[in-house]
Design a binder for this molecule. Structure first.
Ligand SMILES: Cc1cc2nc3c(=O)[nH]c(=O)nc-3n(C[C@H](O)[C@H](O)[C@H](O)COP(=O)(O)O)c2cc1C
Length: 434
């Protein structure tokens, strides 16, 4: 039976599923219910410094993008960090941690970018017995205008400096939460590592405007006729988040730096994919907000069943397994040749593959008598567009050509050169280097 126990930076939790810092972790009531539902850990909703209260908008704070079935694909929010008093949060955290010693409880923090502010809050957080802290350098709205959140996360020097302060004034693990609103995520990750971070977590939300009301011409969510960019999350951001996780996992300068993966995780499979790309655990926000806390049970049973099927006994058996397979384009094997194949029994004759290929790709699908669609191997470049637009899952597949077969499109014989592809003469990059 698979063991889902997670040890992230020495922080133990019964499973690798943590709730990300957000409304689901905003207060004791929520976190207790989350732990009862089975979540392995939580990152408490971001705490701010003592001072003028944080005031949220009193109108809609969310906007959304839906699929055709009104399934929520992307969520946009203009919420700030916690608007509850610091002392109340700290008291609640201490109580919850005492009652759930086997669960991970991390304090997310965002205070002004000066040493005194961090020095003041860290001992108070330590008193709660939280297992570690997460530095919120990611919030793209509201706080960044005040020199916090993404305003810090976009400047590697600030990340390094603040991380150093935290390592100096706090003796438990420090996780640096990264913003995706940058050009190259490796730089902030390197800065976090240089500052002594024990791990990075990513991604926070992506700056976004999800829609514009064409009567009032106000971006949504609209507050009295005006809107502001928000932070985008949910299933739509998963591909962006996974790429950023992989970039950090395979960067020589941050290789080995533990990663907590966040962004659109909704199913056990999403979690396993992040973990295969190098995340030691995962955090979830939108899925819990959409489906409720019990969704973690699906994640636990799904991951456990998959691990049993694969013969993995612990999560360490597959964390990072996909990292060596993420490469730069020039190392892709150009001797690998595939062709589209249409399963005529499954085909519903809608013609979408034909329209896509004929109008926008390589004119490699014939429409024959009786709306029979067939692939012309001599034109097919295996681009995969027909697979992506086909409404019947599995109807069109990409079949690799056999070694030794001649590709009718290029006239070249398909050869197997997986092992030494980088230096193979057919590799244009190796030829360019000659
Ligand atoms: C309404 C809302 C509030 C959030 N508040 C915070 C916050 O206070 N601190 C923080 O670090 N991240 C915050 N986040 C970002 C999430 O922790 C998470 O990084 C992001 O939503 C991506 O994960 P997801 O796709 O699973 O939602 C918030 C997200 C949402 C939707």
């Amino acid at each position: 039976m698979a063991d889902l126990t997670s040890d992230f930076l020495g922080i133990k939790s019964p499973n690798p599923f943590w709730l990300a810092s957000a409304p689901p972790t905003d207060k004791e009531y929520n976190v207790r219910r989350a732990f009862e539902a089975g979540w392995g850990g939580v990152v408490w909703k971001t705490l701010g410094a003592e001072g003028p209260p944080v005031v949220n908008v009193n109108g809609p704070r969310y906007g959304a993008i839906y699929g055709a079935d009104r399934r929520l694909l992307g969520l946009n929010n203009i919420e700030l960090i916690t608007d509850r008093p610091l002392e109340t949060n700290l008291e609640e955290m201490a109580r919850v941690k005492a009652d759930y010693p086997d669960r991970a409880l991390i304090a997310s923090i965002m205070v002004p970018c000066d040493e005194a502010s961090w020095k003041a809050i860290l001992p108070r957080v330590a008193e709660t017995n939280a297992d570690g802290i997460e530095l919120n350098f990611g919030c793209p709205h509201g706080m960044s205008e005040r020199g916090m959140g993404a305003a810090v996360g976009q400047v590697p020097e600030y990340i390094e400096m603040v991380t150093r302060w935290c390592k100096q004034y706090y003796d438990r693990p420090v996780i640096v939460k990264l913003t995706p609103n940058i050009t190259d995520v490796r730089y902030p990750a390197r800065a976090a590592k240089n500052g002594g971070a024990d791990a990075v977590s990513l991604i926070n939300t992506i700056s976004s405007i999800t829609s514009v009301n064409l009567d009032s011409f106000s971006p949504e969510p609209s507050i009295d006729g005006k809107g502001s960019h928000g932070g985008y999350c949910g299933p739509a951001v998963k591909p962006i988040a996974m790429n950023m996780v992989a970039e950090i996992a395979r960067d020589a300068e941050t290789h080995g730096l533990p990663i907590s993966g966040i962004g659109g995780i909704t199913t056990w499979r999403d979690a396993a994919e992040f973990m295969a790309l190098g995340a030691g655990n995962v955090q979830v926000c939108t899925a819990a907000m959409t489906y409720g806390f019990r969704i973690v049970q699906e994640m636990i049973s799904g991951l456990s069943q998959w691990m049993d099927e694969k013969g993995y006994t612990s999560i360490d058996d597959f964390v990072g397994m996909a990292v060596p397979n993420v490469t730069d384009w020039q190392y892709l094997n150009l001797n690998y040749v595939a062709k589209a194949k249409i399963d005529q029994d499954a085909c519903i004759k809608c013609g979408r593959c034909y329209a896509a290929c004929e109008d926008t790709s390589h004119q490699a699908i014939w429409m024959k008598e009786g709306r029979v669609f067939e692939v012309n191997d001599a034109e097919c470049v295996a681009c995969n567009l027909c697979v992506e637009v086909c409404p019947v899952e599995g109807c069109i597949s990409m079949e690799p050509m056999e070694i030794g077969q001649t590709d009718p499109r290029t006239g070249r014989v398909v050869v197997e050169e997986y092992a030494n592809w980088t230096s193979h003469p057919n590799n244009p990059m190796s030829r360019a280097a000659e």
